[in-house]
Design a protein around this ligand. Structure first.
Ligand SMILES: Nc1nc2c(ncn2[C@@H]2O[C@H](COP(=O)(O)OP(=O)(O)OP(=O)(O)O)[C@@H](O)[C@H]2O)c(=O)[nH]1
Ligand SMILES: [Mg+2]
Length: 221
C-alpha cells in the first residue's frame, strides 16, 4: 500500500514539475494560456470560437491546443477561423498530460501568439488531477448536466478560477435552475468567478471576456 502511494505521489510530482515547465515557457514567451475542462459536448469549442470572433478583430493573436479521444473535428473548426491549432490524441485517456502540452508548445510559434486556449478532452473529472501549466483554468458545465453538478464534484470546483455555465437557453427545457449552480459554487469557492452563456444567441460572451481579463484597446466589452 505504501509503495503504491509512493508511486502515485511520484507520478503527481512529475506532472506538477512538467506543468511548471510549461508555465515558465509560456511566461517567457509572454503567452497567456487559458485551459478549459468540461464534459463531452458541454460547449468548450463553441465558447472558444466566440471568444476568437471578439478577440481576433482586436489584433489579439489566438492559438489553440485541443485534446481529443478521436479525430480532429475541433482542430478543423478552429483552423476554419484562421487560427493556428494543434491537436493532441489522448489515446483514449480522459485527460491531457503536461508532457503532451509541452510538445505542442514547441510546435507553435509562441513568440507570435498572445492568447492560447487549451481545450481538454471532453471529461469533467479526469483532467482535475493533471495540471497543464496554464495561467487560468475554467470549468465548463452545460445546464443539460443537471443543477447538482457542482454539489456532486466539490473538489473540481474548489480549485478552479472560473466556471462557465453554458446552454442557459435550454435551462427551462431541462428543468434546471441556474441559481442553484451559482449558489453551490459560491459556497464551495467564494472567490471564484461564474459566467452564464448561450452561444446560440451569443449571450454572456462579453461577461466571459471580462471574467478572463482579456483586454482590447479602445473596446469596452
Ligand atoms: N442550445 C445551445 N447549444 C449549444 C450551446 N453551446 C454549445 N451548444 C451545442 O452543443 C454541442 C456541443 O458543443 P461543442 O462546443 O462542440 O462542445 P465541446 O465541449 O467542445 O465538445 P467536445 O469537444 O466534443 O467535448 C454543439 O451542437 C453546439 O452547437 C449553447 O449555449 N446553447
Ligand atoms: Mg470541443
Amino acid at each position: 500500500m505504501d509503495e503504491m502511494r509512493t508511486k502515485s505521489e511520484d507520478l503527481l510530482e512529475r506532472q506538477i514539475l512538467r506543468a511548471e515547465e510549461n508555465y515558465r515557457l509560456l511566461k517567457e514567451q509572454k503567452v497567456r494560456a487559458i485551459s478549459l475542462i468540461g464534459s463531452i459536448g458541454s460547449g468548450k469549442t463553441s465558447l472558444i470560437e466566440q471568444i476568437i470572433d471578439r478577440a481576433a478583430p482586436c489584433g489579439i493573436v489566438v492559438a489553440t491546443i485541443v485534446g481529443a479521444a478521436h479525430g480532429e473535428d475541433d482542430v478543423q473548426r478552429f483552423r476554419a477561423r484562421g487560427i493556428l491549432s494543434v491537436g493532441i490524441d489522448s489515446h483514449g485517456a480522459c485527460h491531457l498530460e503536461p508532457k503532451a502540452i509541452n510538445d505542442a508548445l514547441h510546435s507553435l510559434p509562441l513568440a507570435e501568439i498572445d492568447l492560447l486556449f487549451i481545450e481538454n478532452v471532453g471529461c469533467l473529472r479526469g483532467p482535475a488531477d493533471y495540471p497543464l501549466g496554464g495561467e487560468t483554468e475554467a470549468v465548463v458545465i452545460a445546464v443539460t448536466e443537471g443543477d447538482a453538478v457542482v454539489h456532486k464534484n466539490p473538489k473540481i470546483f474548489s480549485q478552479t478560477d472560473l466556471v462557465v455555465i453554458t446552454k442557459v437557453d435550454l435551462a427551462a427545457a431541462v428543468g434546471v435552475k441556474t441559481e442553484r449552480i451559482v449558489n453551490d459554487y459560491s459556497q464551495i469557492n467564494p472567490h471564484g468567478k461564474i459566467v452564464l452563456t448561450d452561444t446560440r444567441r451569443r449571450r454572456g460572451i462579453d461577461d466571459l471576456l471580462r471574467a478572463l481579463e482579456i483586454e482590447c484597446a479602445n473596446t469596452q466589452w
